[in-house]
Design a protein. Structure first.
Length: 487
C-alpha cells in the first residue's frame, strides 16, 4: 500500500556512535523486525521475480515506495551470492576510512525520477555512518519542483541499519526514521568482490572502474570509478531492468573530495530529526466526512485500522508509480467513507507484522490520523500535513490507537481521531488499471499533475458498475456485512 516501509519508534543521540541512532524498547524492536521480515512479501516477490532474503526486503520496499536513494547489499548476502566475481589478479582499491566531497545525483525509483541533485557527501567507515545532503528536481508531478533531502545512514546500537531521512529544511523539514533488522553494511563493502572494468574520465580526471553484477537473489549492477588517491569519482547502481516489474537506478559523481575526517559537527541531526519529530498535529480539529481508497490483497482483513490510504489523487499517484498492472491481478481497490478529525498528525507507516497490521511511530504520533502529500511531493509545507494538496493528492494513515469506539464520532471530547468507517465499493484493480486504461493515462500525465485524465478514469470506475460508462463491477468481500454491523 501507500509508502510500504517501516518507521522506527524514536530518534536520539547514541554516545557509542556519536550520531543519531534508534532507541527501541524490546517489544517495539521485535514487532518491527517481524514487520520488515514479513511485510509485503508478495510485493517483494513481484518486484524481483523471485524470493529474496528478509535482510533485503526492507530496503526493497523503501525503494519501491520512493523513500530510499540506493540499495546497500548486506555483507552476508554478498558473501553468499558474489562468488561469481572471480579474482582477476588485481586487488580492488580500499576507499579511505573518512572523507567528504561535493555531490551530484540523478536516478529513478520505480517510475519516480529525481534529477539535477547537488549537495554534499560524508563518509565515516569506523563510525559506521554516511550522509548525503542535497537538493534535486522531483518532476513526477511538476517538472520544476525542487526538494531538499537529507539521507543519514548509520549503524544502530544493536548492529542493525538505520536511516534518518529528512524531507525539507529547518522548520519545514519532516523526519522519517527508518529502521530494519538487516545488519549494517558499508556502502562500498561490495568493492572487495568487484572486477576491473577499464578506465574513464570523470570531470577531467582519469579514474579506474570497478564493477559487480549480482543475479541472485535479484539483479543488481554496481560500479565505482576510483581516482589515483583511492577516492571515488563516480558511483552507479541499478536494480532490475527490462522485463522487471520494478527497477531503480542511482548515478552519483563526487568532486572536490578530501580524505579528511568530516568532523562531528557534520553529522549533527537535522532540525526535523533532532527537535521536531514527530511534527505537531494541525491546529484545525473539525470533524469531517471523507472518502479514502486503498489497494490491497484478500484474504487480508477488510478494515482501515493500522493501514495507509489515499484520496483519489493520493492513491492513484501511488498506483501510477508501480509499473506493470500484472503485479495487481489479484489485488482489489476499496473505497471507504470515514469520519476524521482534521487535526492531522505526521503520516505513519503501517505494515503487517506476521499477525496483524501495526502503525509505527512515537505514541504522540499515533493518536491522530496522519496525512502527507502524494509520494512525499507537492508544494504544501511539512510534506502536506496541513494543506489541501490539490497538486499531488493526500495520503493518510489510520492508527488503530486513534480509532473511535463503534458509533462514536472523532474529536477532542471523545479522545479519538477517526471512526464510523463504512466500505462503499470494492473493485478489481486490474479493471481500473488496465481495462479502463489508468496506467496508460498515468504515463501521459507524468509531469502534469494533478493527472486529470487518470482522475477521471478512477472516478468513473467507482461511480458505476456499467462498463459503457467507464465503471467497474463490484468485487464481493466476505467481511463487508460484519463491518457495517459494527459501525
Amino acid at each position: 500500500q501507500v509508502g510500504s516501509q517501516v518507521q522506527c519508534a524514536d530518534v536520539l543521540d547514541d554516545a557509542e556512535h556519536r550520531a543519531p541512532a534508534f532507541a527501541l524498547d524490546a517489544m517495539t524492536s521485535r514487532s518491527l523486525a517481524r514487520a520488515l521480515a514479513l511485510a509485503s512479501a508478495a510485493a517483494t516477490v513481484a518486484a524481483t521475480g523471485g524470493l529474496v532474503p528478509d535482510s533485503w526486503a526492507a530496503q526493497l520496499e523503501a525503494l519501491r515506495s520512493g523513500d530510499l536513494l540506493l540499495f546497500v547489499p548486506p555483507m552476508a548476502e554478498l558473501e553468499l551470492h558474489a562468488s561469481q566475481a572471480v579474482a582477476s589478479g588485481e586487488q580492488p582499491p580500499t576507499i579511505p576510512e573518512k572523507w567528504s566531497s561535493s555531490l551530484t545525483v540523478d536516478g529513478e525509483f520505480g517510475n519516480l525520477p529525481y534529477a539535477d541533485g547537488h549537495g554534499t557527501f560524508l563518509y565515516d567507515r569506523p563510525g559506521k555512518r554516511d550522509r548525503m545532503t542535497y537538493s534535486c528536481k522531483v518532476p513526477y508531478f511538476d517538472p520544476v519542483q525542487v526538494q531538499f533531502r537529507d539521507n543519514f545512514r548509520m549503524a544502530t546500537p544493536t548492529g542493525g541499519s538505520g536511516i534518518n531521512l529528512t524531507f525539507g529544511k529547518d522548520d519545514d523539514g519532516v523526519c522519517n526514521p527508518l529502521h530494519g533488522p538487516m545488519p549494517w553494511s558499508d556502502m562500498f563493502a561490495w568493492l572487495q568482490y568487484a572486477k576491473p572494468a577499464g578506465q574513464k574520465i570523470v570531470r577531467g580526471e582519469t579514474c579506474s572502474v570497478w564493477s559487480l553484477r549480482l543475479t541472485k537473489p535479484l539483479v543488481m549492477n554496481a560500479s565505482v570509478c576510483v581516482g589515483s588517491d583511492s577516492l571515488p569519482r563516480e558511483f552507479n547502481q541499478s536494480i532490475g531492468g527490462p522485463g522487471s516489474a520494478f527497477s531503480s537506478s542511482a548515478f552519483m559523481q563526487f568532486f572536490n573530495a578530501t580524505a579528511e575526517d568530516p568532523g562531528e559537527a557534520a553529522f549533527t541531526p537535522t532540525k526535523a530529526c533532532g527537535m521536531h519529530y514527530p511534527t505537531k498535529p494541525c491546529p484545525d480539529g473539525k470533524v469531517i466526512k471523507m472518502d479514502t481508497y486503498r489497494i490491497w490483497s484478500p484474504p487480508e482483513p477488510f478494515e482501515l485500522a493500522n493501514r495507509d490510504t489515499g484520496d483519489v489523487m493520493g492513491d492513484l499517484s501511488f498506483v501510477c508509480t508501480q509499473g506493470s498492472g500484472a503485479a495487481y491481478k489479484s489485488k482489489v481497490i476499496s473505497q471507504w467513507s470515514v469520519e476524521v478529525s482534521s487535526a492531522f498528525g505526521q503520516y505513519a507507516f503501517c505494515n503487517f507484522n506476521g499477525t496483524a497490521n501495526v502503525c509505527s511511530g512515537r505514541e504522540t504520533q499515533l493518536t491522530s490520523v496522519g496525512r502527507r502529500s502524494g509520494q512525499f511531493s507537492g508544494k504544501g509545507p511539512l510534506l502536506g500535513q496541513c494543506s489541501v494538496n490539490d497538486d499531488t493528492g493526500s495520503q493518510y494513515s489510520f492508527p488503530g490507537t486513534a480509532q473511535c469506539p463503534p458509533g462514536v464520532s472523532p474529536g477532542a471530547a471523545t479522545n479519538c481521531a477517526w471512526g464510523k468507517a463504512v466500505p462503499v465499493r470494492t473493485l478489481a484493480a486490474i479493471c481500473v488499471m488496465q481495462e479502463r486504461g489508468l496506467l496508460d493515462a498515468c504515463k501521459r500525465g507524468i509531469g502534469h499533475a494533478p493527472f486529470e485524465e487518470a482522475i477521471g478514469i478512477w472516478k468513473k470506475a467507482f461511480a458505476s458498475a456499467d462498463a459503457s460508462l467507464g465503471g467497474c463491477p463490484d468485487v464481493p468481500t466476505t467481511a463487508e456485512k460484519d463491518i457495517q454491523l459494527l459501525v
